[in-house]
Design a protein around this ligand. Structure first.
Ligand code: HEM
Length: 417
């Protein structure tokens, strides 16, 4: 696990320093898995907290569940639009940023969302479930028993990639590219660093060239139910400039990748820590579907989303000004004890787990939520069928980022129960 600098260690551990010293965007806090006390203090003492000079510029941190919902419920005041900087603490500028409906307001947002939403409907999900289950079962059967391996590399990454490849009907032999591009597009630290920024741009160009070809191929074929085909043949997306269509496709790759991957890793980390909860699933696998929202709450694979104020307003009585950057910390909202008692604990029977904010809230709430839940559910069911209990047998390595919240290395060993 990463270690904190002495100053950051003092701030995150003893909480008696000045509130102004807290910078929630510091990636090292997440790399060291040291965010819990920081957000507990903010929720208690400064739920709408201003950090004037982070590497990403000044921004407000909103840390309570109710206040995050209140911000998301007012999209006309708190904009997602890329022209103001978009949806992460990093302002989205530069040539690889394409228009995406996640980083847009109405009416554009709604028009684009409606094109792809049917691909995630119940009947499509039922069709995909079979392919996902088959692939999940095949992969689990390749894993060693009683021998340590990196769960992220052997399970979370390939299963997520395969899920996306199935959704897009992406050329199977090239599917590793989905992971590669998603990692680059989602890495806001790399985009900030001048040494790696140029490389990021080059990879973005390669990706665009690949998708240009794929779009042209699918357009020449009759429509099918894969997502790329739906996009090129739809009235609303079919005639849009390539840049925009590609932007929305990138959104689907990035949106589905780090998130599902890190939930699959978070699931085994959580069950290793709360083994009584895994025992409950062994005793009654019928409880798996109900456990999934709680696992997603516990992990919260995207730590935040950001909005920009387009008019002077207030959040929980705190005035905020036009142009201010508002960062909503889902990671914190999902540990808010006023909504989730004993919030740190994984409780697969938590009655209100579905109130978690990991998928966001309001008009932008994750369109892929059902697919992600399905993939996690199938993974757990197939593990239980094979009597696989996963133990975390080494030190986890956390992602060095304040946006994606997850693991790059999770040393795990499978035992038969
Ligand atoms: C556990 C897994 C996932 C988590 C935690 C997650 C989280 C999120 C969050 C936080 C948002 C933004 C919500 C907001 O701004 O209020 C979002 C939006 C979105 N997600 Fe997911 N996501 C997951 C899986 C997926 C998958 C599998 C896909 C598709 C393959 C996907 C596609 C999208 C899209 C297209 C949007 C934009 C929706 C809009 O702006 O209307 N996500 N997701």
């Amino acid at each position: 696990m990463a270690t904190l600098s002495p100053e950051l260690d003092r701030q995150t551990r003893d909480h008696h320093g000045p509130l102004s010293a807290i910078d929630t965007s510091d990636a090292m806090i997440y790399a060291a898995d040291a965010w819990r006390p920081m957000f507990a203090r903010l929720r208690a003492e400064a739920p709408v907290h201003f950090q004037p000079d982070s590497p990403f510029g000044g921004f407000w941190s909103v840390s309570r569940h109710a206040d995050i919902q209140a911000v998301e419920a007012r999209p006309d005041i708190f904009s997602s639009d890329m022209k103001y900087g978009g949806i992460t603490v990093l302002d989205q500028v530069g040539e690889i940023n394409r228009p995406q409906f996640i980083a847009a307001d109405r009416p554009y947002h709604g028009e684009q969302r409606r094109v792809i939403a049917p691909a995630f409907g119940p009947s499509e999900m039922a069709k995909m479930a079979e392919a996902i289950r088959l692939r999940t079962a095949q992969l689990l059967d390749t894993l060693p028993i009683g021998e340590e391996f990196n769960w992220v590399e052997r399970v979370s990454i390939p299963l997520t990639t395969d899920m996306l490849a199935i959704l897009f009907d992406f050329p199977w032999a090239d599917r590793h590219l989905l992971t590669f591009w998603s990692d680059i597009a989602g890495d806001i630290e790399a985009a900030l660093n001048p040494e790696t920024a140029a490389q990021t741009v080059q990879h973005g160009r390669d990706m665009l060239a690949y998708f240009d070809r794929l779009f042209a191929e699918r357009k020449a074929l009759p429509p099918t139910t894969d997502l790329i085909s739906m996009m090129v043949h739809s009235e609303s997306m079919g005639n849009m400039p390539d840049q925009e269509r590609i932007g929305n496709l990138i959104l689907l790759i990035v949106g589905g990748n780090d998130t599902t991957r890190n939930t699959m890793s978070g699931a085994v980390a959580a069950f290793d820590r709360y083994q009584d909860q895994w025992q409950k699933l062994i005793a009654d696998p019928g409880k798996v579907a109900g456990a999934v929202p709680e696992i997603i709450r516990w992990q919260t694979p995207l730590a935040h989303m950001r909005r920009t104020c387009v008019a002077d307003s207030e959040i929980a009585g705190q005035p905020v000004k036009k142009g201010d950057k508002i960062v909503m910390w889902y990671l914190s909202g999902n540990r808010d004890e006023s909504v989730f008692p004993d919030a740190e604990r994984l409780d697969i029977e938590r009655p209100n787990a579905r109130r978690h904010l990991a998928f966001g809230f309001g008009v932008h709430r994750c369109v892929g939520a059902r697919l992600a839940e399905l993939q996690i559910q199938i993974l757990l069911e197939e593990m239980l069928k094979r009597q696989m209990t996963v133990r975390i047998t080494g030190t986890p390595v956390h992602v060095v980022q304040c946006f994606v919240h997850g693991y790059s290395d999770l040393p795990a060993t499978i035992e038969r129960h």
